[in-house]
Design a binder for this molecule. Structure first.
Ligand code: SF4
Length: 512
């Protein structure tokens, strides 16, 4: 048995796959903000899912208890991770499956390639694979890796298929083609599907039928399928995939060889834990009470389904994240995507801006935790947030994303200060933040500061908005106007009101 090391490497290993791209968030986001069509698509899609989620969540009076239970199970799993993984391996192997361990993306890709070659070509004599939508295989860049070696990997989830045929990248965990509308999808199908009806319209049913006909041929000829896993049960060595289209069920039952790539944090102690997660996950992700297809398999069953069953247990930075006591709860993530559907930054910048398989609020913490905040491409990610807290409220396993963002910002600042040759003098930003912190920590100081600010003049002179701030405030007005402050602060208005409760304060109602 291979054991999992819990020591954090002093120098982070490279070759993580698609976790981080070299372009930093602010640059990418600035470009994406110019894509008005994408912003419209995103707003429409995220608001639709968000409303559905709120409706089904409000039906459960014990929703908060379920969140607590989900969080507790995940904490337990992380605390006992080495033991649970060893138990999972023992059970999976005892039931006819084979367990492989991969330290990083390169190792995982190599293992999968070897298994595909060992399985041999499909019924048409070609070496290829069909795939269930999987974040872990996207993370390691498996499709690109296989393609470079002449092995096509066919995505069978509709949205993943759209992204793949469009030579694009996913921009959302759950809805990878969220940035595309129906007309754009029809155009992709017309361009990329060899036998598609040339009169195909953008009617969703007709688009789904076209994809179905295209995929059916792949399902029936494939010898090897590749999946991820939503859960791995240590107690029994069971793997589970939840999905909506039935393509996952086809992949995990039809081919002769099934290879699953699972992040090591997906292990759960007991089968009964699924009772909690099968309520939390569909409601938080698709806004459904139950997901349409839940496939569970335990090793290989003679005469039923794939006879050659493998699981690749993937680290790829997870033990590094586990060693961060402030950030390790990011590994509790069940990839529901609720946090990105409520995030004002994601809604405007879109998923590609995060430069990672993991976009949105969870991506802003997970990518730096997996690959290191000191990596150049990760430094700006913890700042890609207004810290409004909507992600924390929406998260079914209560990951305190804002708290981890602040922790990572602190690590980034410390890393910059301790870099050889770093300037010792405080920056303009440091001075402003120190001043603000001093003033805001005490009501009397804050009142004094407000009295000194020419709020009345600012409000009167700017026509209701401020279009350009000077100095370090310039970034705030780079792409938007700021409402001018009211002529009097709340504190000043309140003091007047207390003095004369019957007199209406003319400043009241100005601040919007
Ligand atoms: S962080 Fe929470 S809300 Fe976001 S994807 Fe993960 S589980 Fe869902």
């Amino acid at each position: 048995m291979t054991t999992v090391s819990l020591g954090m490497p002093a120098v982070p290993p490279r070759g993580f796959g698609n976790i981080s791209e070299l372009e930093p968030f602010p640059k990418y986001a600035e470009r994406e903000l110019g894509n008005a069509q994408q912003r419209r698509n995103l707003t429409h899609a995220t608001h639709t899912i968000r409303d559905k989620r709120l409706k089904v969540v409000s039906e459960l009076p014990d929703w908060e208890d379920l969140r607590d239970a989900g969080s507790a199970i995940k904490s337990e799993a992380m605390d006992r991770l080495p033991k649970l993984l060893a138990q999972f391996e023992e059970q999976f192997t005892a039931r006819g499956g084979t367990v492989h361990w991969a330290r990083d993306a390169a190792e995982a890709n190599r293992i999968v390639e070897e298994l595909i070659r060992a399985a041999g070509p499909n019924k048409d004599g070609e070496l290829d694979v069909v795939k269930v939508k999987s974040m872990a295989t996207q993370e390691i860049g498996l499709n690109e890796y296989l393609e470079e070696r002449g092995i096509p990997a066919y995505e069978t989830d509709l949205a993943e298929l759209i992204v793949q045929l469009g030579h694009d990248k996913p921009s959302h965990i759950l809805v990878p083609a969220i940035h595309k509308n129906r007309t754009e999808i029809r155009d992709i199908f017309l361009r990329e599907m060899p036998d598609v009806d040339p009169d195909l319209t953008d009617d969703p049913r007709r688009l789904a039928m076209a994809a179905r006909a295209h995929l059916r041929r792949k399902f029936l000829s494939a010898r090897v399928a590749i999946s991820g896993a939503n859960f791995g049960i240590a107690e029994t060595g069971t793997l589970g995939v939840v999905e909506s289209e039935g393509n996952g069920r086809m992949c995990v039952t039809l081919p002769e060889t099934l290879i699953t790539v699972m992040g090591i944090e997906k292990v759960l102690p007991r089968g009964e834990d699924l009772g909690v997660f099968m309520q939390l996950l569909p409601r938080s992700s698709t806004g459904e009470r139950m997901n349409p297809y839940t496939s569970l398999w335990t090793g290989a069953t003679p005469g039923d389904g794939p006879q050659d069953v493998h699981v690749v247990l993937l680290d790829n930075g997870r033990t590094r994240a586990l060693a961060d006591r402030h950030g390790r709860s990011a590994l509790h993530c069940i990839r529901c995507s609720a946090c990105m559907n409520v995030c004002p930054v994601y809604e405007r910048a879109g998923g590609h801006a995060y430069g990672s398989t993991y976009p949105g609020p969870i991506g802003a913490i997970l990518s730096p935790l997996l690959t290191g905040i000191e990596a150049e491409e990760n430094k700006s990610l913890p700042y890609a947030s207004s810290l409004c807290g909507a992600c924390f409220d929406a998260c079914p396993v209560k990951i305190n994303i804002p708290e981890i963002l602040v922790h990572l910002r602190g690590e980034d600042v410390e890393a910059r200060r301790s870099r050889p040759g770093a300037r010792r003098l405080p920056s303009q930003f440091d001075l402003a933040m120190t001043g603000a912190s001093w003033a805001m920590a005490d009501g009397a100081r804050m009142g004094l500061l407000e009295r000194g600010l020419p709020l009345g003049k600012i409000a009167a002179g700017r026509d209701g908005v401020i279009s350009k701030l000077p100095g370090i405030g310039a970034g705030w007005t780079q792409s938007r106007d700021i409402p001018a402050p009211p002529a009097e602060s709340f504190r000043q208005q309140w003091a007047k009101r207390e003095k004369n409760p019957n007199k209406k304060n003319p400043a009241e109602g100005e601040a919007k």
